[in-house]
Design a protein around this ligand. Structure first.
Ligand SMILES: NC(=O)c1ccc[n+]([C@@H]2O[C@H](COP(=O)([O-])OP(=O)(O)OC[C@H]3O[C@@H](n4cnc5c(N)ncnc54)[C@H](O)[C@@H]3O)[C@@H](O)[C@H]2O)c1
Length: 385
């Protein structure tokens, strides 16, 4: 029998992210030695029948069909938000005000104003109440290793960041108008959904902020069949058409606080690219390169002689020691287990989790500057502090 303290979790939303987070809550204490063991107490949904079916499949003890009830429960100490962006702020602020720890999917919110309200609620909460935004790519071992290399000075002064996040799941004009293509639900299109990840990764790996941007955005397909049903990146449509109200693609350049130059491309129109989250960093002494489609590899150049491939599966690589022997790679889901591990550790030790809501707000400010720039003929916009 374990003498470890358990902590109750209530998770809202159970489709794509909800399933991935459930996997992380289920497995984290089997692989990481944590002082706190999560108890999957309550799953939040809207329809009782389908929430109960999801809870039974994913391993949750009970259900609620109103997130306000979930937050109120005494057996919930952590609220995990896996809903689209239009409900993040309302749920997170209410949960923090109720004294619950909050982990919230990215992007933090749909607008800077909402993100600011979330940061205010996080700051107003007692210091023992923790909050974190779920930029899981920071927890890819190869990306965490890239951060370590930059910190150790192995690539010197950062001169360039070249980041792209490329997918192709909406190339077909008949693909339905899912919530990700509606501004009131998603806030932004490719920019907010996947552009936010590469902005966070660039700032995380370099340890610098993006201070200004110049941008182009485009919506290639202006109307799509209204969605009948959707989950994650899959959907079925109806005969009716509706307008796409977000960007399909966003391209922007930017300046880093250390003086380096950065470029970003976020699109769901790159045929053949499924989840190509790519980042290359060139410094005064060397370079680093990563592509999520080969997520167990980091490429390193120490200057001259091209790149060497590092297979990021050694026990001394970030997070890897908890898993399998060298060469037995990790997958997408592990990044979420790492994220949940780090969040539980912060709650247990009293440390501030990273990325914080303030980090999420900073990404939101970059997204907003990109939208302002694109709306004003690509004019260079400072990112507000
Ligand atoms: N970290 C990542 O890599 C990553 C990947 C995909 C999505 N996301 C983020 O996760 C969030 C959810 O995306 P998804 O792909 O899981 O979406 P999804 O459409 O697959 O699932 C959304 C879920 O939220 C539920 N929901 C919506 N409104 C609700 C409400 N008011 N109350 C209760 N439940 C509600 C839906 O029923 C569904 O279960 C978004 O913020 C998205 O940007 C992050």
């Amino acid at each position: 029998m374990s003498d470890k303290t358990t902590i109750g979790v209530g998770m809202i939303g159970y489709a794509f992210m909800g399933r991935v987070h459930s996997q992380a809550w289920r497995s984290v204490s089997a692989f990481f030695d944590l002082p706190l063991v999560p108890r999957m107490a309550v799953l939040g949904g809207r329809s009782k029948e389908s929430t109960e079916a999801a809870a039974a499949q994913l391993g949750w003890a009970d259900v609620e069909t109103d997130w306000r009830e979930l937050i109120r429960r005494d057996d919930v100490q952590i609220v995990d938000i896996c809903t689209p962006g239009d409900s993040h702020a309302e749920i997170a602020v209410a949960a923090l005000q109720a004294g619950k720890h909050v982990i919230c999917e990215k992007p933090l919110a749909n607008t800077v104003e909402e993100a600011e309200a979330m940061v205010r609620a996080a700051q107003a909460a007692p210091s023992s109440v923790k909050s974190m935004v779920a930029f899981n790519y920071r927890r890819v071992p190869a990306i965490a290793l890239a951060r370590r290399y930059v910190e150790e000075g192995r690539i010197g002064e950062v001169r360039h960041v070249r980041a792209a996040y490329l997918q192709d799941w909406i190339v077909d004009p008949e693909f339905p108008l899912v919530w990700r293509l509606q501004k009131d639900k998603a806030g932004a299109g490719a920019l907010g959904d996947i552009g936010s990840h590469i902005v966070d990764a660039a700032q995380f790996i370099t340890g610098q902020r993006l201070v200004g941007v110049s941008a182009l955005t485009e919506t290639f397909i202006k109307e799509r069949p209204v969605a009948a049903a959707s989950a994650g990146l899959a959907a079925t449509g109806t005969g009716e058409m509706g307008p796409v109200t977000v960007d399909d693609a966003a391209l922007f350049i930017g300046r880093l606080s250390g003086g380096g130059l950065a470029s970003f491309e976020a699109t769901r129109f790159a045929y053949g690219r499924k989840n190509a989250m790519r980042i290359e960093i060139n410094g005064s002494l060397g370079s680093l390169a990563f592509d999520f489609e080969a997520m167990n590899e980091l490429w390193f150049s120490s200057g001259g002689g091209g790149f060497e491939r590092i297979l990021v599966t050694e026990p001394d690589h970030p997070y890897v020691g908890a898993w399998w022997p060298p060469g037995h790679g990790l997958g997408y889901e592990h990044t979420f287990t790492h994220e949940i591990n780090d969040f539980l550790e912060a709650i247990a030790t009293g440390a501030d989790p990273s990325p914080s809501f303030a980090d999420g707000l900073r990404v939101q400010r970059v997204l907003e500057a990109v939208e302002r720039s694109a709306a004003e003929g690509s004019r260079y916009m400072n990112v507000e502090d």
